[in-house]
Ligand binder design. Structure first.
Ligand SMILES: NC(=O)c1ccc[n+]([C@@H]2O[C@H](COP(=O)([O-])OP(=O)(O)OC[C@H]3O[C@@H](n4cnc5c(N)ncnc54)[C@H](OP(=O)(O)O)[C@@H]3O)[C@@H](O)[C@H]2O)c1
Length: 249
């Protein structure tokens, strides 16, 4: 489905694959100019080409959300001007028993999922506040239903997502009065590459078995929800969305 997002300018982090790519597609098909941000330049260029071929507007910006975003922001401003819709979607999920003591994984997840999200939010805060004072502005954070649940071996990942959900609740108390909507989205199981970076065969096998029991959502299902949420009238803020496959309990 498409929505009315004409005259909107978006940045989607983690747009190189999965949920982020589908969010970017629905926003672009709905009329928004979309900056695609992730590390893999080839994947971003491919998606930007697809969007442009469909008649949309997209810009591939290769950047790491954990690093200095000054240049990325400049590139986006030069091409598209002020941003009024930011989707913090970039994330990593690495799982291992806590007894393995994999602090390399813990740091990577905290750096990307929490500090990276804050870094991107900071980079576009001025844009969002200015946009909120003059029209519609959105900050969308992709958390996870895991923020509320116990998942053995995924303790640090789910803790980063609990941080995202809690941050969203609090950021909304500051951004809302400035006219900036904050929407926290908590997907359940979605078929993406997210689990492909894990290095423990037992954990992989468990995830695979779970996917067989619970047919996952498609990334486009989540993209559609974000298209809907960000196209509501300015005064309507869908602040918390838990989006699960129907059979996931
Ligand atoms: N799939 C699920 O079941 C599920 C459920 C709940 C929540 N989520 C959340 O949904 C979000 C998207 O994940 P996904 O499922 O679509 O998995 P994915 O396909 O692996 O997408 C993750 C994206 O984040 C980008 N990324 C990772 N580290 C980055 C960094 N340091 N800087 C910039 N970009 C970075 C990756 O691109 P590059 O590698 O090119 O940088 C990739 O495009 C994540 O926040 C995830 O936690 C997913």
């Amino acid at each position: 489905m498409t929505y009315d997002l004409n005259d909107r300018t978006a940045v989607v982090t983690g747009a190189a694959s999965g949920i982020g790519a589908e969010i970017a597609l629905v926003l672009a098909r709905s009329g928004a100019k979309v900056a695609l941000l992730a590390r893999r330049a080839d994947r971003l260029a491919e998606l930007a080409e697809k969007i442009v071929a469909e008649g949309g507007q997209a810009l591939a910006v290769s950047a790491d959300v954990t690093g200095d975003l000054t240049e990325a922001v400049e590139i986006i401003h030069t091409a598209f001007g002020r941003v009024d819709l930011v989707v913090n979607n970039a994330g990593v999920m690495l799982a291992n028993p806590i007894t393995e003591g994999r602090d390399d994984e813990w740091h990577r997840m905290i750096d990307t999922n929490v500090k990276g999200l804050l870094n991107v939010t900071k980079a576009f805060t001025e844009d969002l506040v200015e946009a909120g004072a003059n029209g519609t502005a959105d900050l969308v954070n992709i958390s996870s239903v895991g923020a509320h649940l116990a998942f053995p071996n995924y303790g640090v990942y789910t803790a980063t997502k609990a941080a995202v959900t809690h941050l969203s609740t609090n950021l909304r108390t500051e951004f809302g009065p400035l006219g900036v909507r904050v929407t926290n989205v908590e997907p359940g199981l979605v078929a993406t590459e997210l689990g492909d970076h894990m290095d423990n065969p037992d954990v992989d096998a468990h995830l695979e078995a779970w996917r067989e029991q619970v047919p996952p959502l498609s990334p486009a299902d989540i993209g559609d929800v974000i298209g809907f949420a960000t196209s509501r009238p300015k005064q309507v803020n869908l602040r918390q969305l838990i989006v699960l496959p129907t059979v996931q309990v």
